[in-house]
Design a protein around this ligand. Structure first.
Ligand code: NAD
Length: 732
């Protein structure tokens, strides 16, 4: 069994079919590369072979490179990992270049064997780069298929020749959405974007590919950049039009990334520098930049968190050893914003749903949320009428708790009120089967307290979604004191069914995500109260790579919600409550009716259409801007440290039990600077010693900046989080 199969038909058309055994999606391994190389050699040397079809034995073409390969090359390389990564990248270039030249006489540009890529389904990363090296790309008109180069989304850029080839095919400007934003395109859009040449009916794919091979002429097998007098579409950098493109692209990238993503800069540099030299030199330049990105701690942290660890968590890294708990019938209590969203994602994943609210009208309104989302999907051509009917058919909207009979999981999302939640728990449990698991979507109430209302606290758990449910990929699962493994397994299996990413944490105030995000918002507000220029606060956050500043974030989540949480926290903590200064600002904003985006007025001003027009000018009247402003680094340290120290405390206290969950949860849950790989990865990047030093520098700002004991201990011992708590450390 090998990753590729090779055959030659009676007409002399060789087929190299990618079909990694035991996997639903092809991914490229080191052995796979070597095999393709041998097969290409064989086909080119065999006089009976007229041309080559590269395709897949699966419904999709490829998911990309197995990123574990890159990690293992680095790990095995010893003294000089950069050299090993560069050599590996260059060997990939040589193989694809061999495929692209296909035996062509370099002088006459004649005699190449035509090579076509027949793409049956989704094609990403190195899969697309192989396709780009072929002479022609034919894609099946498969509505579920997409093609693209999404490397940038995990902190890399296409380093298998994709950057150089695609930018030369369509020009730097046109290539930007695919290369710089990692956009994956449907077949027809891919044709318009020049990624593929033809889109054909799925059952015609191989026949058409073969037909093309047999009819291809010498001219069809010479890439434009191998022809004399080739010019870069849109203009090379020294051409006036090209110059404009590159200046604009630089500004755009910097504006979007704030310069914190090394891969985006390296990609631009590879395109720019590559455009100044012949093709093969451009590939070497691409390989050098790719190596530089692979060696950058940000890229390895992003790959670790956004690819390796995210996938490990989705595959059940922390799932207790309990029999399969796949959910068949789900009850959702409360058809408001969250309940309606939960019902939708579950029904969409094929689960039967009973959606309950206090009135039929409210229950129906909850169901219509699904209808709205499905209609949107239909408008974008993603959902068929049949699919819409099927998904809606799975949701029963009712007020009748008896309909919960037979549900194996219930998630309640009623008002955030202990009494209301206790009532619905009892009502549901009265009709649920003995083995059913009851989950709460509370954001702030302790799971162990809510479990007191349950007859079966061992089967009671927190399943905390983020808003909007259909978009946010993280689900935080919270074990109460009495929660047993079967409930955790149920929650994890449910999250797997709805294709989201789970983290499992222990019960404590605000669990994990909100525990870290609230201090971020509060620190921003606290600085406004201190007289720090609000624009400095917001820009400091953006420059750290946070998608939104703390003041914008509180506007989005609403200031009255902030007030509610502050009041409840104050009541629970009594004299120990540390956030009076924050509340003074929050409460004043609420009194003025500046409740955030929903009121079209908050820390920001908005136009009638709800667009932000800038920070609200009235802020300075209420909290005068001080004459002396802190420097940018201090503001950034405050915004960063309040979050990461909370994450460390969560680990120290056993709320978090796995730093991978801390990192993945932070990026997916609240957009924690993705370039950093998450709070623990960020701390590892700067080092525990430096982090303690920064804490000491901020000591005067309050106890929240006191370095946790764990961090001090690690600083003394010179340890990193992944060194001390990573999976390798655990296994040792
Ligand atoms: P919401 O007010 O939009 O919806 C609550 C729904 O519960 C309403 O439709 C209400 O009619 C219904 N309800 C109230 N009492 C009921 C009863 N006895 N029986 C049946 N239905 C009843 O609130 P929401 O924003 O959807 O929040 C729901 C829960 O989710 C809360 O616990 C909240 O803390 C939590 N949560 C909210 C968010 C968020 O961003 N809004 C995020 C995560 C978790």
């Amino acid at each position: 069994m090998t990753d590729f199969t090779y055959s030659v038909d009676a007409d002399g058309v060789a087929t190299i079919a990618w079909d990694v055994p035991g996997k639903s999606m092809n991914v490229m391994s080191r052995e796979g590369f070597a095999l393709v190389s041998d097969m290409v050699d064989g086909a080119l040397a065999d006089p009976a072979v007229k041309g080559i079809v590269v395709t897949s034995g699966k419904k999709d073409f490829a998911g990309g490179m197995d990123l574990n390969v890159l990690a293992s090359i680095r790990a095995e390389a010893g003294e000089n990992p950069a050299q090993a990564l560069f050599d590996f990248t260059m060997s990939g270039h040589r193989i694809l270049r061999k495929l692209e030249r296909a035996g062509m006489d370099p002088k006459t540009l004649k005699g190449a064997k035509p090579v076509v890529c027949a793409i049956p389904g989704t094609c990403a990363g190195i899969g697309t780069e192989i396709a780009l090296a072929c002479h022609r790309r034919i894609m099946a008109d498969n509505p579920r298929a997409k093609i693209g180069l999404p490397e940038i989304l995990v902190g890399l850029f296409p380093g298998g020749g994709g950057t150089t080839r695609y930018s030369r095919m369509v020009g730097a400007m046109a290539a930007a959405p695919v290369l710089l934003e990692g956009k994956m395109l449907e077949p027809k859009a891919a044709k318009a974007a020049g990624l593929v040449d033809e889109v054909v009916a799925p059952d015609q794919l191989l026949a058409r590919a073969k037909e093309w091979v047999l009819a291809a002429t010498d001219a069809d097998t010479v890439k434009p950049w191998d022809q004399k007098g080739w010019k870069m579409p849109g203009g090379a950098p020294y051409h006036p039009a090209g110059f404009m493109t590159f200046v604009g692209a630089n500004a755009m990238v910097l504006g979007k990334t704030q310069g914190v993503y090394p891969a985006a800069k390296a990609l631009l540099a590879a395109v720019y520098e590559g455009a100044l030299v012949p093709f093969d030199t451009a590939l070497t330049i691409e390989a050098r930049w790719f190596t530089s990105v692979l060696m950058n701690p940000s890229s390895s942290a992003m790959i670790r968190s956004l690819f390796l660890n995210k996938e490990a968590l989705e595959k059940g890294a922390n799932r207790p050893q309990v029999a399969d708990q796949t959910v068949r019938k789900l009850g959702v209590l409360g058809a408001g914003m969250m309940g309606a969203g939960i019902a939708y994602v579950a029904a969409n994943a094929g689960i039967e749903v009973v959606l309950i609210d206090a009135t039929q009208e409210a229950a129906d309104r909850g169901k219509s949320h699904s209808e709205g989302l499905l209609d949107k999907g239909m408008k974008r051509g993603k959902v068929t009428a049949a699919k819409k009917a099927e998904v809606l058919g799975r949701i029963t909207a009712t007020t009748d708790y008896a309909a919960l009979a037979g549900c194996d999981l219930v998630v309640e999302a009623v008002f955030e009120d202990m009494k209301v939640k206790a009532e619905v728990t009892a009502k549901a449990e009265a009709v649920l089967p003995e083995g059913a698991i009851f989950a709460t979507n509370t954001s702030t109430l302790p799971i162990s307290d809510l479990a007191k209302a349950s007859r079966r606290p061992a089967q009671f758990i927190g399943i905390h979604f983020f808003s909007p449910v259909d978009k946010m990929m993280l689900v935080e699962i919270i074990r109460g004191r009495g929660t047993r493994d079967v409930a955790v397994a149920k929650a994890l299996d449910f999250v797997r069914q709805i294709r989201k990413t789970p983290i499992v944490v222990n019960d404590a105030r605000f669990f994990y995500a909100n525990r870290c995000i609230i201090p971020y918002i509060n620190e921003g507000i606290r600085m406004v109260a201190e007289g720090v220029e609000p624009a400095l606060v917001e820009n400091a956050a953006r420059l750290l790579g946070f998608p939104v500043g703390p003041l914008q974030l509180v506007d989005e989540t609403s200031i009255d919600l902030g007030v509610k949480i502050a009041k409840a926290t104050r009541a629970a903590m009594g004299a120990a409550y540390p956030d009076e200064a924050v509340d003074a600002v929050l409460f004043a904003m609420a009194d003025k009716g500046r409740l955030g985006r929903k009121a079209n007025a908050g820390f920001y001003a908005y136009d009638e259409k709800g667009g932000r027009t800038g920070l609200w000018e009235g802020l300075a009247g209420l909290w005068p801007v001080a004459a002396a402003q802190p420097d940018l680094a201090e503001v950034q340290h405050r915004l960063m440290l309040v979050q990461v120290l909370e994450a460390v405390r969560a680990l120290e206290e056993g709320v978090l039990t796995d730093i991978r969950e801390g990192d993945v949860g932070a990026i997916l849950g609240w957009g924690f600077a993705p370039w950093s790989g998450g709070p623990f990865s960020w701390l590892d990047m700067i080092g525990a010693g430096k982090a303690v030093e920064v804490c000491e520098g901020l000591a005067g700002k309050g106890a929240r900046f006191a370095a946790p004991e764990l961090l001090r201990d690690m600083a003394t011992k010179g340890q990193s989080f992944y060194g001390r708590f990573g999976t390798d450390a655990r296994a040792a």
